[in-house]
Design a protein around this ligand. Sequence first.
Ligand code: NAD
Length: 463
Amino acid sequence: MIPTAQAESDLAIPSMQPLLDNLNAVFATGKTRSLDWRRQQLNALESLVSDNDVAIQRALKSDLGKCEMEAWASEIGFLLSDIAHTRKHLGKWSSPRKVGTPLVAWPGKSYQLPEPLGTVLIIGAWNYPLQLTLAPFVAAIAAGNCAVLKPSELAPATSAVIAELIPKYLDSSAVAVVEGGKDESTALLACRWDHIFYTGGEAVGKIVMRAASAHLTPVTLELGGKSPCLVDKRADLKVTARRIVWGKWMNAGQTCIAPDYVLVEQEHVDAFVAAIKAELHAQYGENPLQSADYGKIINARHLRRLQSYVEEVSVHYGGEVDEMALRMAPTLVVDPDLQSDLMQEEIFGPVLPIIPLASLEDAIETVRARPKPLALYLFTSDDKLQQRVLSQCSAGSVCVNDTMLFMTNPELPFGGVGNSGMGSYHGRAGFDTFSHLKSVMRRGFSFDVAFRYPPYTSLKRSI
Ligand code: NAD
């Protein structure tokens, strides 16, 4: 049975209620609602990230072996452009959003007025430990909320950097960081937040949702799952392989939107596998375990989990492990048992199963038979096939003829569907997630037509 947040908090650590009370009191002053305060906080966060990029790089290297380029593209640079985009659009996003007014309410005006929710809790994951904690935070402060951040304990160096720097740069009366793991999360979840934003796995997602339900707190759950990648034999093989290798083996496969497995037509498997091997060689060299551009597995437990996946299947390529360095080479498995753990669980590591199918029609069925994924990838130049997959397969996001690149577009909300999550963020979607869009109708005192008021005479009823 999954333990409840309340039951466990009794055993573990002091209540987080005093912290929440303080933040709620600050929120009640209205300080965080002003656009000036929000802009100051965004500027402060931007300075935090750019002033300390060396310390952040070092932390990401220590936690995940991230090379400079990856750390920049997927964490530091990503955040800086998220902050810049949010600051640029803040005025517009926070303004009233005019809607039409029906004749019956004329003269009158109708609009939605975004307002902050209050004090929100953000629980981050370990695989992009900076981005996944601070990008929701950008949206939360832009929307005018107080916030508590709980970075993942599995990336301790990045968690420590966040905990050290946030109070130095941001308004510590309105923002706090709580470091720790399950016990601290449990104590936090026992409190009544105005929103909980959680990134991580499905099992803890259920704990979060159960704890939130005790207070009717809305949740955003950014979860994961097995993201499929469909490759049509008519796709440009070289470009396809290059983009799949990039998306799959960045961060050693520990990416929630990495292609989890590939579905390829049987007759095309050999050519596809050869192209992937050639690309792996081109991107990570003869010995990927020694490549400066190749990341490490987060900890020994996860390395062991990944090793157990490949022990029960036949490895076609790779599979080497450096246990001391927590590294596992890019690994290909061709035609594994679909009931194996490798094909039942989210891999979240550098192993790519390749599943041969008679046709891509079967691929659509395979995807539809499984829980709705966070991302779906399709490589084909056939427009009709693109339309078929788009209309028949559900997924949080779809990227046609590339992997992961949709994340760079802040105009595209990011989030899951079904088991891969609920709610979304990035750009305006994030601002809206941390806002209540209050519906307002404003009227004056003129044209007060008596028709709608009782008594409902027979004349009124007849019209
Ligand atoms: P994790 O272990 O880092 O846990 C996530 C957070 O939950 C951490 O802050 C952790 O302290 C907290 N936590 C752990 N146990 C808890 C408990 N019992 N009660 C309350 N809180 C608890 O993350 P993980 O689950 O290993 O992350 C991997 C999963 O996250 C994968 O499924 C991946 O796809 C998914 N993920 C999703 C996204 C996304 O944006 N959708 C991003 C990254 C990872």
